[in-house]
Structures are given as structure tokens and as C-alpha cells.
Design a binder for this molecule. Structure first.
Ligand code: ZN
Length: 248
């Protein structure tokens, strides 16, 4: 009898914990109704950084693939929270210029939803010839981008523990269209530990190219941790600064 009673109490507690947890997960975030453009850096013939460093076509990891993996994982999380997501690069196509990426985002937000995107996040990863080096930075361009850049940096830094800070960059991603935006470099894919974590992921198809070929990336804990951090950064940004309705 004693054992059954304890069993019931334990079961009851688990149910309660479960309900609380469910309640917390379904709690509304500030992302509900937001239109967020995500830009997976590089693509196609533009490989971005490589692991091992500068190994070109023989690389085990291309930055363009890590960027794409994170963008698709983040897209799923944002849509789960009621946000609408617009992608610049859809799969493994080459996009000639940063300006055309921003133009694509602006065009899509306007034609599909009749207004400006609430934010644009360009996802990149860094590279170095030092395979022991790791760190996190976020690049902004205009003053209006600083709150978003700060929120993303704060959320991403725990991934590496090395805060490289905000960079006021000439990356050009944010100078077009006056869209609130930031470019993230969550970690160095040339770092031995980071590379192994990505390579431990499971091969997953995330999209199809225009010629019908399937695009696979490695999805794993590291991709999910970063997508989770970016999600948190965006949520913190929107809850701290309720955005004005987008201008047309
Ligand atoms: Zn890059």
C-alpha cells in the first residue's frame, strides 16, 4: 500500500510538472506576428570559410552549409512561435551581391505581407588559420541596428564564452533598404571542437535546389543550440523594443 501511495504521489507530481512545462512552452513570445527575414550567408560557388582552413573544394565543412543548417533550424523555431519567416537564399544557389539579398527580403515582405520585414538576420560563421581559436561577434551597420545586434550577441556569446563584441562593419548587409538587421558570427567553424560538433550531426535534407537536387546539411546539437540562442536573442529584442508598424 505504502508503495502504491508513493507511486501515485510521484505520478501526480510528474503530471503537474508536465502541465507547467507545457504551459511555459506555449506561453506567447514577442515573436508572434513578426516578419523576420533570414539570410544564410554565401551559397553555391561561394563557399565561405572552410574546415580545415582554406581547404577549398576538399573541405570537410563549408560555412555556407552551416549557415543554411542554422537558418532552417531557426526558421522552424520562429514559425513555431507564430512569426513569419522570409528567406533570402532558399537552398544552395549563388547570390551575387549582398544588396540583392536585402532587396529579395524587402521585396518578399512587401509582396507577401504588404509591409517591411521587422528584422533581417544574416547568419555567418567565422574562420581562422588557428584551429584552436573560437569566439563570437555580431556586426551591425546603422545606429538603428544596435539593439538587435546587442540582443543577438548576448544570446550567442555563451556558445563560445569568448565575446569578440559588436563590430561596426562595412559588410554592407545593412546599408540597403534601412531594414533593421545584424550579421552574426556565432563561432569559428575552423575551430577543431566546433568542427567535430558539426560533423557529429545527422545528414538531413533541408531544401531542394532549382534543378531538383536535394540539399543535405548536418543537423545536430550545435546547430540547434545556435538556432535556440538566435531565437532567444530575437525574442529578447522584440520584447524589449516593441517595433513600430513597418513603413511601406
Ligand atoms: Zn561568411
Amino acid at each position: 500500500m505504502g508503495k502504491i501511495k508513493i507511486g501515485l504521489i510521484v505520478l501526480g507530481s510528474i503530471t503537474l510538472v508536465g502541465l507547467v512545462a507545457t504551459g511555459m512552452i506555449s506561453a506567447q513570445t514577442s515573436l508572434q506576428g513578426k516578419i523576420i527575414a533570414l539570410d544564410a550567408g554565401h551559397g553555391g560557388t561561394e563557399l565561405g570559410a572552410q574546415y580545415p582552413a582554406n581547404s577549398g573544394e576538399n573541405a570537410q565543412i563549408y560555412e555556407k552549409d552551416v549557415n543554411l543548417a542554422v537558418v532552417y533550424a531557426l526558421k522552424a523555431k520562429l514559425e513555431g512561435a507564430g512569426a513569419t519567416v522570409v528567406l533570402t537564399r532558399k537552398c544552395d544557389e549563388t547570390i551575387s551581391s549582398r544588396k540583392s539579398r536585402v532587396d529579395m527580403a524587402i521585396e518578399e515582405c512587401k509582396s507577401l505581407y504588404g509591409r517591411k520585414c521587422d528584422a533581417l538576420v544574416s547568419v555567418h560563421h567565422n574562420g581562422s588559420i588557428d584551429s584552436t581559436y573560437d569566439g563570437t561577434m555580431v556586426i551591425y551597420n546603422e545606429k538603428q541596428d544596435i539593439p538587435l545586434a546587442k540582443a543577438l550577441l548576448e544570446a550567442l556569446v555563451p556558445l563560445t564564452g569568448n565575446n569578440e563584441g559588436l563590430d561596426h562593419g562595412g559588410y554592407g548587409m545593412t546599408v540597403y533598404g534601412h531594414l533593421v538587421s545584424a550579421l552574426t558570427e556565432a563561432y569559428y567553424i575552423t575551430n577543431e571542437g566546433e568542427a567535430q560538433q558539426y560533423l557529429n550531426g545527422t545528414s538531413t535534407q533541408v531544401c531542394s535546389n532549382s534543378d531538383g537536387s536535394a540539399k543535405f546539411v548536418l543537423n545536430g546539437d550545435r546547430v540547434n543550440q545556435e538556432a535556440g540562442a538566435l531565437f532567444q536573442g530575437l525574442d529578447n529584442y522584440f520584447s524589449a523594443s516593441p517595433t513600430k508598424p513597418g513603413r511601406k
